[in-house]
Design a protein around this ligand. Structure first.
Ligand SMILES: [Zn+2]
Ligand SMILES: [Zn+2]
Length: 374
């Protein structure tokens, strides 16, 4: 008998909805901007330790001070608003306090000078820019085109996923260092002829080629993480998410993050595409990784046969029988089709997400989970 697909039921959580006039919107905005401002001020004070060399090259620290200025004043504005509404004053007070500490430390007036690179740093700048950008873009998209309309922004376990987001972004320099060290062992496989041939291909051709080669590596890495029981316990952390949205994809065991980033470097290192092609690929891969976890109901038309879409990857996160251990591809469904792990009932979406046996629900619990028990 064929499998009976069901509709997912999302219970509306009215108490968690953002309603104008209740002080929650202004309270959270004040805390959000105040927290980001304080982090930014710390990054301006200690750039050697709190900014990423690779990222510093891509932005202008002086012009970002204007952004910081607005963030600080808006945090104060929203904080005062919670007092004016006479609701959620504690949130407003927290936001205002964070901003006042930022002002006391020098605020947006801290002079920007040359940076002495430290051997290792925390990616506070990467965290701020990625969080600010992603929150604005993806929260807006999810509100405009939701798959699950009733799902609230601050859904169950958003705090846990937010923690993962911060943790994995702060570690960016360490991850790059380890991945570069790992890939340097493949020096013997470098072919100058192949690399100059790759660089002679038009830009779009190079990008397509990297997408396919990286996807091949990611497919098998992912599949092995599912099929070897010891590795599955590491990867199960990513699958423990039961509510899908743009932040959900951040959940991943740190061991897996290091392995995945290191392995995907191999094709990039051996093919050595042009800088433009590499930048395009990295941007595409980063955006796609967020989009496919998002609460987005966009139908995508024929694109769904070419690229991994939210519906496709949501099926990978389903705990329903026909979907288990399918849809491993990260970029295009090609390798799932080739190797027999394709599952895409286009008329349906999963009714249940998560693992078949439940994991601990805390960061530490999940960090230790692979190393405990059998
Ligand atoms: Zn998986
Ligand atoms: Zn995923």
């Amino acid at each position: 008998m064929s499998y009976q697909y069901q509709q997912r039921q999302v219970t509306p959580r009215t108490e968690k909805m953002f309603v104008v006039g209740q002080g929650r919107i202004s309270g959270y905005l004040s805390m959000f901007l105040g927290g980001l401002s304080l982090l930014a001020v710390l990054a301006y004070l200690y750039p050697s330790y709190l900014t990423t060399p690779e990222l510093r090259a891509a932005y202008n620290a002086e012009s970002l001070q204007h952004l910081l200025k607005y963030a600080m004043y808006f945090s104060l504005f929203f904080g005062v608003m919670t007092f004016a509404l006479n609701k959620r004053k504690r949130m407003g007070a927290t936001g205002i306090s964070l901003t006042l500490i930022s002002f006391a430390l020098g605020g947006y007036m801290i002079p920007v000078g040359p940076v002495d690179p430290a051997p290792l740093s925390l990616g506070v700048d990467w965290l701020i820019l990625a969080f600010l950008g992603s929150t604005i873009v993806f929260t807006t998209l999810e509100k405009l085109f939701p798959k699950y309309k009733e799902q609230v922004i601050l859904r169950e376990e958003w705090g846990l996923d937010f923690f993962y987001f911060c943790f994995n972004h702060l570690l960016i320099s360490v991850i790059l260092l380890v991945a570069n060290f790992f890939v340097s062992h493949f020096n013997w496989a470098v072919s100058a002829d192949l690399q100059s041939f790759i660089q002679s291909i038009p830009l779009w051709g190079q990008v397509v080629l990297i997408i396919i080669c990286a996807d091949f590596v990611l497919y098998w890495e992912h599949r092995i993480f599912h099929e070897l029981p010891k590795l599955w316990r590491i990867h199960a952390v990513h699958h423990s998410v039961e509510c899908m949205d743009w932040l959900a994809g951040s959940r991943g065991h740190v061991v897996q993050v290091f392995i995945e980033r290191s392995l995907v470097m191999i094709p990039l290192y051996l093919l050595a595409p042009s800088k433009e092609a590499l930048d395009l690929y990295v941007t595409f891969a980063a955006l796609q990784a967020i989009i496919i976890h998002s609460n987005l109901g966009i139908p995508f038309g024929p694109i769904k046969y070419l690229l991994v879409t939210p519906q496709y990857h949501h099926w990978h996160h389903s705990s329903e029988k026909p979907a288990l251990d399918t849809n491993y591809s990260a970029h295009t469904p090609l390798f799932d089709r080739l190797f027999g792990t394709y599952h895409m009932p286009t008329q349906h979406w999963p009714a249940h997400y998560g693992t078949t046996s439940r994991l601990p629900r805390t960061f530490i619990g999940q960090l230790l989970y692979p190393f405990k028990g059998k």
